[in-house]
Structures are given as C-alpha cells and as structure tokens.
Design a protein around this ligand. Structure first.
Ligand SMILES: Cc1ncc(COP(=O)(O)O)c(C=O)c1O
Length: 399
C-alpha cells in the first residue's frame, strides 16, 4: 500500500500544509497566505506567533520545562490566582486539554456529593447536540451516537435532554442527579446559543435541587464572546467550569475551575496529571491573560464582533440562496448555510479563508481575538466572493 500513512486514519485532513503563521494569517509551504478564521478551532486566541507569547515561552524554555506536581510550581500559583480573581472560582486544577478539564469537572461534581455522604448522586444531565470531548466519559456526556459507536458500553451516569427543553430537564432530575452540564454556546453542535433566561433558570433549578451547575467553556471562554467567559452575559455563575483552547493560545492547556464548596471533595490524592500545570504551559497561559485582561481588550473583541455581525447580516440579505441564518456571540460566529456547508467551506477556502464545520449545516468563524476591523472586512470580502460564486453555480445548475 504505497499511499498508506503511519498516522491513524481518524482525521479527514484538507490537503493544506502550513509552514508558519503571522497574526491572523497562515502561510502555506508554497507561500500562499490564508486568512485564518478557524484559529485552530478557537485555540489561537491571540493569532499566530504573538510576540508576547513567543517571548514568554522562550524565556521559560531557558529556565525549566517540566517539574511534576510533586513540587510547588510558581506559574500555577500566579495563573490560578489570576483566574480566581477574574471569575466566580476559588480553586483551579490545570490540565492539558479540554476533555481533561471536563473529566476533572465531572469528577469534582461527583466527588462533592460523595463527600457529603451521598455517593448515589453521580448522574449528570447534558443536552442534545453537546460536545464535551473524546474520552470515554466525555463521549458519554456528549451523548452523540457517532462518537460512542464501537467503544463498548457508554460510561454510566450521563442523561441527555433535548436542547432548551426545560420540561424534559425537570422530569430528568432524580435523587441520583449530581449536576447539570452545559455549553453556554454549543460549538460543534452548530453555534447554538443558550438564552440567558435559560441559564438563569438552570441556576435556580440547581439551587432548588442541590445540584451543581457545570459549564463547558472550552470553546466559548477566554474572551471569545467579548466577556472573559460567555456565562457572564447572563449574570449567573456556575459551580464548576471547564476551560481550555484559548487559555493556552496554542499551547496545550486546560483548567477546571470551581468554587471552594464544589471542590471540597477533591482532597489530596483524588486527582492528578503528570503534565497538568507544566511550567511552559503556565508561562504561556499567564502571557495570554496579560493580553486578554488588559484594559480595552474585551471591548476590542466586542467592537470587531459588530463589524462581523453587520457584514454577515448584509451577506445573508444579499445571498439568501447561500446563507440561511447568522448565529453566535462575539467572535464565536456561525453561518447556517442553505447550500451544503461543505460546499460553502470549499468555496471560501478557494478564496483563501479558513473556517470550521459544525453541526446543523453551520460553518463556524472563530477568528483570533486580535483580528482588526480591517482584517474582519477582508474576511467578509472573501466570504462575499465565495457566496457570489456559489450563487452563480446554483443558477447555472438550475438553468
Ligand atoms: C465545548 C468543548 N468541550 C470540550 C472539547 C474537548 O476539548 P479537547 O479537544 O481539547 O479535548 C471541545 C473541543 O472542541 C469543545 O469544543
């Protein structure tokens, strides 16, 4: 088999090979420049090769790379302090990925009830269309058959209700329920925003029944929606929250945040990670926060979001055969396509613009948070050319 690759065949990769990145641009081996509104699926929050991140990583690389959690790690102390000062949380556990942050969140919720003498309370209610990662527990939490199939029995203790269905949710709560887990905006699910009122009702329901509210802000967090975390728009705060992607700006880093009460069961020995909180990751995470927490940065995200929203609304008006609906908040935007979303993705890629597929025939625009208004307009112009091209093709096909 001449063309067999030693890599697992788990990914359907586009035939694109990038050599380097500069801000919002990715440069292919042949020198072609692509406007990167995929940002590593909401990971490169500060774009590529951000000078502050590069120097933080290099500086730490000269000192010490890895220390293990047998010792105190100063970078963990500073980053956790900054995260707790900026959020609802009192406690932080560092991970290397989103799925691991969710694993920690799930364990924290279960352990809370266990420590309170109620070990039977380990069930977690989630929502259809959710995506929480690819470990055995997180595919059970996500509940999507396509990710569960063939991997043995689904991990027990996860129950799913239809998205936005408060009645079904109330019915699903039992003596065994420990927590409700939800993404404030479903990313993979198709940029489906949970209304603020629904989050507020969830908070009230959790308080009423003694459940923990767990938010998955792996994709929606760290400035993506124009607030540090998406749930802030609703005025509520969770008990536990999983974070990853943007917090590392491209370095593998995740975190599980919790109130002191919610984390009270996670005593010495209950959880661990060899690499979690590694000094290199901490240096980059701290550098990401230097930028995102700086005065005016989140306002910049909101301002650029407006440029996108206005531009996208106008494209939706002008190309009704191609665009059905615009979704999302801040710089977590979705275009629900009228044509197959794969065709739209292909057409925009031909215009050297990168985006990400999602459920419900949506393509996601997740530009770096440092995208300027001018770069946003450049992206919109490329989208416009792609929509024009698709409109012409459709007319020709139906003529
Ligand atoms: C909302 C959400 N949760 C969890 C994950 C899993 O993160 P990771 O791939 O880093 O394990 C993702 C990844 O796309 C995500 O979007």
């Amino acid at each position: 088999m001449a063309d067999a690759t030693p890599l697992y065949d788990t990914y359907a990769r586009a035939p694109l090979r990038f050599e380097r990145g500069e801000g919002v641009w990715l440069i292919a081996e042949d020198g072609t420049r692509y406007l990167d509104f995929a940002a590593g699926v909401a990971v490169n929050s500060l774009g590529h090769a951000h000078p502050h991140l590069v120097s933080a990583l290099k500086e730490q690389a000269d000192k010490v790379w890895h220390l293990s959690n047998l010792y105190e790690v100063p970078g963990q102390e500073s980053l956790s302090r900054r995260l707790t000062e900026a959020t609802f949380a009192d406690k932080v556990f560092f991970t290397n990925s989103g799925a691991e942050a969710l694993e920690c969140a799930i364990k924290t919720a279960r352990r809370y009830h266990f420590a309170k003498g109620q070990p039977e309370k380990f069930h977690i209610i989630t929502f259809e269309g959710a995506f929480h990662g690819r470990t055995l527990a997180t595919i059970a939490a996500g509940g999507q058959e396509k990710y569960l199939e063939g991997f043995g029995p689904k991990a027990p203790g996860f129950y799913q209700v239809p998205f936005g269905d408060m009645g079904a949710l109330k019915t699903a709560i039992s003596e065994e329920t420990a927590a409700i887990l939800i993404e404030p905006i479903q990313g993979e699910g198709g940029i489906r925003t949970v209304p603020n009122e629904f989050l507020q009702e969830l908070r009230a329901l959790c308080d009423e029944y003694g459940l923990l509210l767990v938010l998955d802000e792996v994709q929606s967090g760290v400035g993506r929606t124009g607030k540090l975390f998406a749930h802030e728009w609703s005025g509520i705060s969770p008990d536990i929250m999983a974070v990853a992607k943007g917090i590392g700006g491209g370095f593998p880093l995740g975190a599980c945040l919790a109130t002191a009460e919610a984390a009270s069961g996670m005593v010495t020995g209950t959880h661990g990670s060899t690499y979690g909180g590694n000094p290199l990751a901490m240096a980059v995470g701290n550098a990401v926060l230097d930028v995102i927490l700086a005065d005016g940065f989140l306002q910049h995200v909101r301002d650029v979001s407006l440029v996108f929203r206005q531009g996208l609304a106008s494209l939706a008006d002008r190309f009704p055969d191609v665009i059905e609906e615009i979704r999302g908040e801040g710089l977590m935007l979705g275009i629900k396509a009228k044509v197959p979303s794969a065709d739209l993705l292909k057409a925009i890629r031909a215009e050297r613009l990168l985006a990400v597929p999602a459920g419900e025939n949506v393509i996601r625009l997740l530009p770096p948070l440092v995208t300027s208004a001018e770069e946003a307009r450049e992206g919109l112009a490329r989208l416009e050319r792609a929509a024009e091209q698709l409109t012409v093709e459709r007319r020709q096909a139906s003529a």
